[in-house]
Structures are given as structure tokens and as C-alpha cells.
Design a protein around this ligand. Sequence first.
Ligand SMILES: Cc1cc2nc3c(=O)[nH]c(=O)nc-3n(C[C@H](O)[C@H](O)[C@H](O)COP(=O)(O)O)c2cc1C
Length: 196
Amino acid sequence: MEKPAATDVPIHELLARRWSPRAFDERPVEADNIKRLFEAARWAPSSNNEQPWRFLVATKEHKAEWDRLFHCLKEGNQKWAHRAPVLILTVAKLTFDDDSPNRHAFHDVGLATENLLLQATALGLSAHPMAGFHIEKARTDFAIPAGFDPVAMIAVGYPGNAALLPDRLREREGQSRNREPLSEIVFARAWGIPLQ
Ligand SMILES: Cc1cc2nc3c(=O)[nH]c(=O)nc-3n(C[C@H](O)[C@H](O)[C@H](O)COP(=O)(O)O)c2cc1C
């Protein structure tokens, strides 16, 4: 299913096509394509080229590992993410090598994540980021060391059949995508004055 953004002005079609579907096909994602997702993430910009992103990934072919990630998800996300053949946990390295805090660590993990999501879109894959997961469970179950913080999880797979989703989620799958108007988010001359 496609749900391109109804943009006010034209943007790159890859950006317009990316969205966060909940319907996944159970067919596995090829190892080469999984690698391409992380290669895309790797080439994101970052403060001081620190590259503070780390990724934990599991595919359903390795069920025990996939289960471990799946059980970190909150129930609301488990309801649909159970069909996704690939799960990813993103993690931020919180300090620079001299131990000073990297204020932009989460920001840069977000940039890498968007690269991954766009590469997924380009490959015909669906990818859906999730904040709804148990952070401390992820930290413990994956022995994430001090100085690193779990950031988000991502479900990845080929697009699936929305009819298989529970009722409420099936409805949401069909709903239009909305954004605040540019006048609310882009200011010029002073705070709150929209760019003309
Ligand atoms: C950091 C982050 C956390 C999110 N957490 C969840 C989540 O836990 N569950 C969910 O269904 N969607 C989650 N989403 C998806 C957002 O709801 C979605 O991106 C937003 O509604 C805009 O829709 P679009 O991605 O289709 O444009 C998350 C997205 C981001 C970026």
C-alpha cells in the first residue's frame, strides 16, 4: 500500500513515499538488502563525525534473537509488529571519546535512522520506527554497556495485507497522513512570525 504525502510544494518522491505502515508480509528480507539499510545509515552526517549510532538487528530466521527483540516491544506495537521479519533496536553512544557529553547523540541516531527508512523505501520495503518499547528491558537483555542508551526500535519487511490487522489498526492504516502547516513551524525575522 502506498500513502504518498500530500505536499504543498513538490519534494523528492522518495521522501513523499516514505511512511510508517503496520501491515507487513512475513516473507524474509534478503541479507543484501538488510546490509544496504545499515550502509545507508552509516553514511548519515553526525556532530564531529562521531557516528554515535549502534544497531542491534534480528531476523525471524534466527527466532530466539528475534523473540528477544520482539519481547522488548510494548503490547500495542506487538499487535502488528509480530509479522515484521526484521526488528532493529537503535542505540546512542552518549559521550565523545574524551568522555564529554555528546548533546547531539540522539539527534544523530535520528539522522541515521531516517537514512535507513529512506533506503528501505527505495528498496520497496516498509519500515516503521517505534518508541513504544521497554528501555530498561532492552538495556538488560542485550547487555548494553554504560554510556549507551537505547533510542528506538524499527520494524522492517515487505508491505503486507492491511486486512490482516486488528480492526482499529486496519482503519488507521487507511487514514491520511497529516502535518502541521509550514506557517506553524518555519519562522523568519522573529519567533512565531511565519516565513512569507
Ligand atoms: C521516534 C519515533 C517513535 C515512534 N513510535 C511509534 C510507536 O511506538 N508505535 C507506532 O505505531 N508508531 C510509532 N511511530 C510512528 C509515528 O507515529 C509516525 O511516524 C507518524 O505518525 C507520522 O506518520 P508517517 O511516518 O506515516 O509519516 C514513531 C515514530 C518515530 C519517529
